[in-house]
Design a protein around this ligand. Structure first.
Ligand code: 13P
Length: 288
């Protein structure tokens, strides 16, 4: 099928009451695990790439080449969007040129007027190329790849102003945080989420910081219009845990157990399993 924009995928999800997972990729193993999980479960999927992860993989065009190659060689037929996560203004433009099918421009750290002006430019640039755009209002708490957010609760009126710019999906801070939630976390502001959905109409909403949100709260958020949920840290945790187990059990010392293809296999399988678990929770299985 090749890469597709996230727009139609999310509009369908919103209409039918489920969410599509955005799973962040860091390397070849993760990309393969997530694509295979999506294909096996007949689920649409969004591969998220932060600018830091793209740099690690040597650049945006490497990522595009790898993902397109895998879609072809693994016979992936479910819809796949390749999406820039928390992009800068320059990064978003570079990704569009490199062949991403979706970008996030995160202008949440600018004042609202500058966020509007820059989002508008990215929308114009992306839309004429058939690429979906995610914008953000109210920063997401915690740190991801060096991007630190204070964890604000978005102003629904500002959400409406950004939603009206022709974006495909909107990320709004509602008390969500990247990485682990602290023990005293008060939970998602579902009341604000409802206000945002009411004021923005049918706009698909994006929930960042998918790691560690209780399942019921995830389902409630989906019922209120969340149609894209981002997961990164939980995959990192299970990958690290299984890789550590392999080494601690001394398996790298047995035969050719030091071969990276063997050493990274348990962690890769764990990312596959975590992806299936999240797709089940989000309700996207058999929707492709
Ligand atoms: P977590 O790392 O908390 O799962 O969040 C991922 C995310 O929101 C990517 O943008």
């Amino acid at each position: 099928m090749g890469l597709v924009s996230a727009k139609e995928m999310l509009e369908t999800a919103r209409k039918e009451g489920y969410a599509v997972g955005q799973f962040n990729i860091n390397n070849l193993e993760w990309t393969k695990a997530i694509l295979q999980a999506a294909q096996d479960q007949k689920s649409p999927v969004i591969l998220g790439v932060s600018e830091g992860a793209a740099k690690y993989m040597t650049g945006f065009s490497t990522v595009v080449g790898m993902v397109k190659g895998m879609i072809e060689n693994l016979n992936i037929t479910v819809p796949v969007a390749l999406h820039l996560d928390h992009g800068t203004y320059e990064g978003a433009k570079k990704c569009i040129e490199a062949g991403f099918s979706s970008v996030m421009f995160d202008g949440s750290h600018y004042d609202i007027d500058e966020n509007i002006a820059k989002t508008k430019e990215i929308v114009a640039y992306a839309t004429e190329r058939g690429i979906s755009v995610e914008a953000e209002v109210g920063s997401i708490g915690g740190e991801e790849d060096g991007v630190v957010g204070a964890g604000e609760v978005a102003d629904p009126k500002e959400c409406k102003m950004i939603a009206d710019l022709g974006i495909s999906m909107l990320a709004a801070g509602i008390g969500n945080i990247h990485g682990a939630y602290p023990d005293n976390w008060q939970g998602l502001r579902l009341d604000v989420l409802k206000e945002i959905q009411d004021i923005t109409g049918k706009m698909p909403l994006v929930l960042h910081g998918g790691t560690g949100i209780p399942d019921k709260m995830v389902r409630d958020a989906i019922a209120l219009g969340v149609s894209k949920i981002n997961v990164n840290t939980e995959c990192q945790w299970v990958f690290a845990e299984k890789t550590r187990e392999y080494i601690e059990e001394g398996k790298d010392k047995v035969g050719k157990g030091f071969d990276p293809r063997k050493m990274l296999a348990p962690g890769t399988k764990a990312v596959y399993d975590k992806t299936v678990e999240k797709m089940t929770l989000f309700g996207s299985i058999n929707k492709a």
